[in-house]
Design a protein around this ligand. Structure first.
Ligand code: ATP
Ligand code: MG
Ligand code: MG
Ligand code: MG
Length: 477
């Protein structure tokens, strides 16, 4: 008969009806009680089986991890811990599992260990909750932009340009690395390569996105992004997903307003649609917090924290104001914020960002108008000649979650800035055409999807919020 999802069964008051469920055995207690999970929820369906009614050989195959199909009646449960249970009438083993060798245990296992068996960790409650949440947030991203009339523009994964100029690109080639063709200078001759030139995996879809904005008005792209970040932080991946809206006729303030509205929308969506998984993750986090010394514990629980972000305006300050705050801050006894004091013109370190967000303002902060010298070539210069219309959004516990700006729409000013920053003007003539043919003020931002998932899930390592993490020396499966 037709399969019913366990979530649908458990979220209904209905009893005394026949159903078929298919899933995996989480535990099998007293030769009688199966805790069955099908991935739709962390709540297991208790299935009561009777040994007498079953073929002994079949019965033996009911083990932790086995895949089964079971048909029976859904009835009120007399046991504690669940309202409903299923009395099995017929049970079929679909796939055996050698429980001795099976590394997933019903008891809590460390995230570090589960990272080593990342191919199986989806089967735990923690990762069940995280990846259902991730799915929902991705859905909310599309819904938000769709409701606003943005066009989802698929920007290329393989590109010939470097939007950020940070030298973090992965090269794409079909050349035989053993016998690379060289030109007379001894340089690799990419004319021989598949595309007839050197190509890379994209670090950002922004430049292509701007082409779309100059035709559709409002676009967004949401896809994988690649950066050869040769460092092992809890915030960086070599492959991550970025949400990049680009809007014509927007200035920096419009850009900030949209980013704030967007973040609040997706958090609100999760609070509304993922309550059960969020409550599970909140409890998980609360248990972790209890292990910490009192003064390091966070004041708010996960759900409280999300509601706080939803209901409060983000602080908006300029980079220059931020530097003043940092200069006036007394070096703190708290080890985490010892340093402080910063000079105008340098980029903020993550400890500075965290001080502003976690100590000073205690809420998300939008930092604007950074020194031109530390930001990308495409950002619009302010009248002071020193700063650009950039914005970074900083989040508690995360640091930078968004980087964006109003773009330089003036052809001459843009070319001048490209030249002074050694950006290849000729190669980007397609990009400059937006400024030659009907240029218009426009703005956009990039939000790292995994950093958003980190914040909403309360997880602390970015490797735990992407299904298949890629980090230095780690590209298993
Ligand atoms: P960071 O300062 O954290 O290295 P960035 O300034 O280099 O970030 P941007 O080029 O501004 O990053 O990219 C926009 C957004 O993409 C960032 O605000 C962040 O949310 C996300 N992001 C950037 N690099 C990574 C990465 N390696 N892994 C995951 N997310 C990233
Ligand atoms: Mg970076
Ligand atoms: Mg940055
Ligand atoms: Mg940035």
């Amino acid at each position: 008969s037709q399969r019913v999802k366990i979530k649908a069964i458990l979220s209904s008051e209905k009893t005394n009806y026949q159903a078929t469920v298919k899933g995996w055995v989480r535990t099998f207690r007293n030769n009688q009680f199966i805790a069955l999970n099908d991935g739709s929820t962390n709540n297991n369906l208790q299935v009561v089986v009777s040994e007498q009614d079953m073929d002994p050989a079949e019965f033996k195959r009911i083990t932790r991890g086995a895949a089964i199909s079971v048909t029976g009646e859904i009835i009120p449960s007399l046991g504690k811990g669940q309202k409903l249970e299923m009395k099995a009438a017929s049970l079929e083993i679909l796939g055996d599992c050698d429980a001795e060798a099976y590394p997933i245990q019903p008891q809590k296992q460390s995230l570090e260990f589960l990272r080593e068996i990342a191919h199986l960790r989806f089967r735990t409650n923690t990762f069940g909750a995280v990846f259902r949440l991730r799915h929902s947030l991705a859905f909310a991203v599309h819904q938000f932009f769709n409701e606003k009339g943005f066009v989802y523009l698929h920007t290329p994964i393989i590109t010939a340009s470097d939007a950020e100029g940070a030298g973090e690109m992965f090269r794409v080639t079909t050349l035989d690395l053993e016998k690379l063709p060289r030109n007379i200078d001894g340089d690799i001759d990419f004319k021989e390569d598949f595309f007839g030139r050197s190509t890379n995996l994209t670090v950002s879809g922004q430049l292509e996105g701007e082409l779309g904005a100059m035709a559709f008005g409002d676009i967004y792209t949401f896809g994988p992004t690649f950066r050869a970040e040769n460092s092992n932080t809890a915030r960086h991946l070599a492959e991550f997903w970025m949400i990049e809206p680009e809007m014509a006729f927007y200035d920096l303030k419009d850009n900030m307003d949209l980013a704030e509205e967007f973040i609040k929308y997706v958090i609100g969506y999760a609070l509304q649609h993922n309550r059960e998984d969020l409550e599970f993750l909140a409890q998980r986090l609360a248990d972790e917090e209890k292990q910490k010394p009192q003064q390091e514990r966070s004041e708010m629980g996960l759900i409280e924290k999300l509601e706080f972000v939803l209901n409060n305006q983000f602080e908006r300050i300029t980079y220059t104001e931020a530097i003043d705050i940092l200069k006036n801050s007394k070096p703190n006894k708290n080890k985490k914020f010892q340093y402080i004091v910063e000079e105008w013109g340098t980029d903020l370190q993550s400890e500075h960002e965290r001080y502003l967000v976690e100590k000073h303002f205690k809420k998300p902060v939008i930092l604007t108008d950074y020194p031109a010298a530390i930001k990308s070539f495409y950002m619009k210069r302010n009248d002071d000649g020193k700063t650009v219309r950039a914005m970074d959004i900083l989040f508690p516990g995360i640091g930078e979650i968004v980087g964006g700006s109003q773009r330089e729409e003036n052809y001459d000013k843009l070319v001048e800035r490209m030249e002074s920053m050694h950006v290849p003007v000729e190669e980007l003539s397609w990009y400059l055409d937006t400024r030659r043919f009907g240029t218009a003020p426009h703005a956009g931002f990039g939000l790292g999807f995994e950093r958003l998932v980190l914040f909403v899930s309360g997880m602390t390592n970015i490797r735990d919020v992407i299904p298949f993490p890629r980090t230095p020396k780690n590209a298993e499966f």
